[in-house]
Design a protein around this ligand. Structure first.
Ligand code: FAD
Length: 477
């Protein structure tokens, strides 16, 4: 596996605000302690003199940092990796720009649309499939995309029946809380069982539900996916269109523009290990390198699955601690980029739950006639084993020869510990809205805890970053 990806820092030196200097003056003792540890880096006063600290330079953190800086707060972003973007990572494969993490925007994602306009970033439509390979009673069958997607539409209509009522306002998932108790308790697998579908129709749906659950369909909540379905207009076509638009410059392009516009400073390779509310109006943030930064308010914009790796003082409230233990990011989110030869058409392929590759989506055709594909693997595929990857693809599309591939196992990444978010059964009612509330001088942000397009969408990360910036600005005073 290669490691690509840019370092999009825009970290110009500039004068520290008067407010910050006054605050720094009150912490002289700590400043002098730190002076020794920060020798050769920024001055101790600069290390200390922040109005706000944002932990994590993904879309939620980047949004929060831009907004806080725009309010005049001297803002520092501490990022564990050597790049911005987090679960968005625009890199390269087969000489082409590709997205290793999130890959598409969809229409109707209003935060994304506003940012695209703000930064004059255009989008293009993804490649349309010309053939669909779908599960049959004995293996797989080829169909026209119109037939396959038409039948999937019928099945998903049954699967999500009632969601237009219990998610009457999908941007406010608790608006019909009165109807949600049994829905929220139901897993995707249990919902499938309720429908009494034929064995083949079960396979048509459980491949899709297990992709989104990032593991068995029993681990994902019906409410989690039904909310997305309603956000997308309550139709299968709408749901598919959430994976239709590619921004020029890749998925990181908006975030790159946000950091370019912002005066927030960013420090890379700074994994945060502890956040301590001192009780005297300041919060200290410690990194693995031993540096300590402090500010009146800290925005924790790392994935929920990462919270358990950070020591919070005082400890997290129960709802946050429970979510950290349960996880919101799905366990298996293995995305592959494949370069495939031997297939003349643009194939959409979907396999039943438990298959080594669950979904293949056609991408750009290259000059030599080969084609790029995005694939999502099941937990059983060893992506380090090239022969296994090739065999898994041939199992779906027998004439396909994998020329090369690049795989990313997001569930195994130290600073992600999961993939996109999908709420587990019961998590919606147990977590919202408490998980969105600040804890003293700590504010939380991330797509995992958004209200609307939560979990699997940059849209939710931006929503959450905007909310967190408002909360943090109030706390900063
Ligand atoms: C394979 C995959 C496919 C996806 N597909 C799509 C898609 O097509 N469309 C879409 O809109 N969304 C998609 N998503 C979801 C989308 O990527 C996320 O919802 C969104 O990027 C989350 O943003 P975030 O800022 O909340 O979290 P993250 O992007 O995870 O950002 C968190 C940041 O915190 C940093 N961090 C972690 N721990 C620490 C620490 N201890 N100290 C300091 N920094 C730390 C991380 O390095 C990271 O930069 C996909 C996700 C994955 C994994």
């Amino acid at each position: 596996m290669n490691r690509h990806g840019g370092n999009y820092a825009v970290s110009s030196d500039r004068t520290i605000g008067r407010r910050s200097l006054l605050k720094a003056a009150g912490v002289t003792a700590l400043a002098s302690t730190l002076a020794a540890t920060t020798a050769g880096r920024a001055s101790a006063v600069e290390e200390l003199a922040w109005d706000a600290i944002v932990i994590g330079a993904g879309y939620a953190g980047g949004t929060a940092a831009r907004e806080l800086a725009a309010k005049g707060l001297n803002t520092l972003v501490l990022e564990a990796r050597d790049r911005i973007g987090g679960r968005i990572w625009t890199g390269s494969f087969a000489g082409e720009q590709v997205d290793i993490g999130g890959g598409w925007f969809g229409p109707g994602q209003t935060n994304v649309e506003r940012e695209l306009q703000r930064y004059h970033i255009t989008t293009s439509l993804d490649v349309a499939a010309t053939r669909a390979v779908m599960p049959s009673a004995t293996g797989f069958t080829s169909q026209s995309p119109a037939d396959a997607f038409g039948h999937l539409g019928t099945l998903f209509g049954q699967f999500y029946a009632g969601s237009e009522t219990y998610f009457e306002r999908p941007l406010e998932p608790l608006y019909r809380k009165d109807l949600l108790a049994s829905v929220d308790a139901t897993s995707l697998a249990a919902r499938l069982d309720q429908l009494g579908l034929s064995a083949t129709d079960q396979k048509w749906i459980n491949g899709s539900t297990s992709v989104f659950a990032g593991g068995p369909s029993s681990s994902g909540g019906l409410a989690g996916m039904a909310q997305w379905f309603q956000l997308a207009g309550g139709t299968y076509e709408g749901f598919e269109s959430t994976m239709s638009l590619k921004p020029a410059g890749g998925m990181v392009s908006i975030l790159k523009a946000m950091f370019a516009e912002s005066t927030a400073r960013i420090r890379y390779n700074s994994p945060v290990t502890a956040v301590t509310d001192t009780g005297s109006g300041l919060t200290k943030v410690k990194t693995a390198g031993g540096l300590v930064y402090q500010a009146p308010v800290v925005v924790v914009a790392v994935p929920v699955n990462v919270w358990r790796t950070i020591t919070f003082n005082p400890g997290l409230p129960k709802v946050h601690a429970d979510a950290a233990l349960e996880g919101v990011g799905v366990p298996t989110a293995t995305k592959l980029w494949l370069q495939v030869s031997g297939v003349s058409d643009a194939v959409y392929a979907q396999a039943p739950e438990g298959s080594p590759i669950l979904l293949m989506l056609p991408q750009k055709q290259l000059a030599d006639g080969s084609r790029l594909y995005v694939a999502f693997a099941g937990s059983g595929l060893n992506v380090s084993d090239a022969a296994a990857v090739k065999a898994a693809v041939r199992g779906l599309v027998p004439e396909a020869t994998v020329v090369d591939y690049r795989a990313m196992q997001w569930g195994k990444e130290a600073y992600t510990r999961g993939g996109w978010g999908l709420r587990k059964p019961g998590q919606l009612l147990r977590q919202l809205p408490a998980i969105q509330q600040p804890h003293g001088r700590m504010v939380f942000a991330g797509s995992d805890i958004a209200s609307g397009w939560y979990g699997a969408f940059v849209e939710g990360a931006i929503e959450s970053g905007l909310t967190a910036a408002q909360q943090a600005a109030v706390i900063a005073g």
